[in-house]
Ligand binder design. Structure first.
Ligand SMILES: Cc1cc2nc3c(=O)[nH]c(=O)nc-3n(C[C@H](O)[C@H](O)[C@H](O)COP(=O)(O)OP(=O)(O)OC[C@H]3O[C@@H](n4cnc5c(N)ncnc54)[C@H](O)[C@@H]3O)c2cc1C
Length: 381
């Protein structure tokens, strides 16, 4: 089995640039793949970390409601947790203050199952297991072409090519391009959404026992700027959700002509922009002016000041958008005779990585006997 990764090391993109949260599965529609994979993924990820001595903490998370509208939305989330089989506890404003003296809210929902880890380290451990079982990893060159034949798949990597019986593609921000290389009919495009973070000043380290999340607007796909105790002890605030003009551009100002052109030609892009003008402009304003960003945090953590916001690496979410402008909320896969593509794997896909892997194996088992030798183009956690 061969794993091909275009970067010089694994987990250079979403898997190595996220909040490091092991999500419990609060938000996802009951019956969806996300709800199922995330709930199972949370417990297997914790177990995997403990078994392999990887850093992990089950610190729990607090969803903090700061006004009457958010209290009503919190009740909806509580109900969703019940349907998804996730244990929660409702806290009054006073009970919240006793647990988290620096956080202010009318009420909060405690989700004890939520945890934190380091997904890049999990990836490194999985890679070691993969090679110990005989797998090979080839980094530093992209897959540039894929041709499907009746008995296998030819994958071009730079000047070389390899042949395998089956291909699994987990291309993250490039998922649509890998599917299109094989002429698989897809009706979505990956739109990049930047997630910009700040690290809080060192004085905040150890100040919070839980992860602190706002109550999200159900009309928006992202969870809102949250306070995260990272596994290395730092506290981050973020991520926001700003349209990206370069799929893998992490600097402050990024523009890629080919990425932009592809996006501007896609009808779904204009529809998504049209439907989210107000929130999109708000995100852009707060990305440009830190005071707006700060206001979002101060809603539930008034002690954070502008000078407490320090630089921290940005992440970029790969979000599949359909031609009609709707965002694909659930995990999405596409297949051909000889390939399986993970097309949409946004958050909580890091938490769900092991169940996603099991799902892929089940799909492969359906097609082949145990003796198959697939090629896998690109990497995933
Ligand atoms: C800001 C942010 C915060 C998040 N927070 C969380 C969180 O707290 N918890 C959680 O569960 N999830 C979180 N997520 C989501 C999670 O990180 C991703 O869903 C998950 O990492 C996706 O994994 P992936 O393997 O699909 O994509 P990636 O990790 O992006 O990997 C795709 C790989 O494919 C490679 N590739 C692409 N094209 C080619 C090619 N042509 N040839 C070879 N290789 C190629 C890329 O180089 C890359 O390494 C977050 C994501 C972001 C961006």
């Amino acid at each position: 089995m061969l794993l091909v990764e275009k970067e010089n090391r694994l987990a250079r993109h979403q898997t190595g640039r996220n909040s490091g949260v092991i999500h419990a599965g609060v938000y996802y529609a009951p019956g969806s793949l996300k709800a199922d994979f995330c709930r199972r993924g949370a417990s297997v990820t914790l177990a995997f970390c403990r078994e392999h001595g990887l850093p992990v903490a089950q610190c729990g998370k607090l969803l903090v409601a700061t006004d009457a509208l958010e209290v009503a939305r919190m009740a909806d989330l509580e109900q969703r947790c019940r349907l998804n089989g996730i244990h929660t506890e409702r806290l009054s404003g006073d009970a919240l203050k006793r647990r988290e003296p620096h956080i202010t809210g009318e009420a909060a929902l405690l989700v004890p199952a939520t945890g934190i880890t380091d997904y890049a380290r999990i990836t490194a451990t999985l890679a070691r297991q993969f090679t110990a079982l005989g797998g090979r990893i080839r980094t530093g060159r992209p897959v540039t072409a894929i041709h499907e034949k009746t008995d296998g798949v030819r994958v071009t990597i730079g000047k070389d090519s390899v042949y395998g019986r089956y291909l699994v593609a987990c291309g993250g921000l490039m998922a649509d391009r890998l599917a299109r290389m094989m002429h698989i009919p897809i009706d979505f495009q990956i739109i990049p959404f930047r997630g910009e973070y700040f690290a809080l000043a060192p004085v905040f380290q150890g100040r919070f026992s839980h992860l602190i999340y706002p109550i999200p607007d159900p009309g928006l796909p992202f969870l809102g700027v949250h306070l995260t105790r990272m596994i290395d002890g730092r506290v981050t605030v973020g991520p926001n959700a700003v349209l990206g003009w370069k799929r893998e551009g992490y600097g402050r100002i990024n523009l890629d002509a080919a990425d932009c052109l592809e996006m501007l030609r896609f009808p779904g892009f204009w529809k998504v922009i049209g439907a989210n003008v107000k929130s999109g402009l708000g995100e852009m304003r707060d990305a440009l002016f830190r005071r707006g960003y700060l206001r979002r945090v101060q809603k539930y953590c008034p002690s954070v000041r502008l000078s407490d916001l320090r630089p921290y690496p940005t992440g970029i979410r790969a979000q599949a958008v359909l031609r009609d402008g709707s965002l694909v909320h659930d995990f999405l896969f596409a297949e051909s005779e000889r390939s399986l593509h993970v097309c949409n794997a946004p958050s909580p896909a890091a938490t769900s990585a092991i169940p996603i892997g099991e799902y892929i194996c089940e799909k492969l088992d359906e097609k082949f006997s145990m003796s198959m030798t697939p090629v896998r183009a690109s990497a995933a956690a």
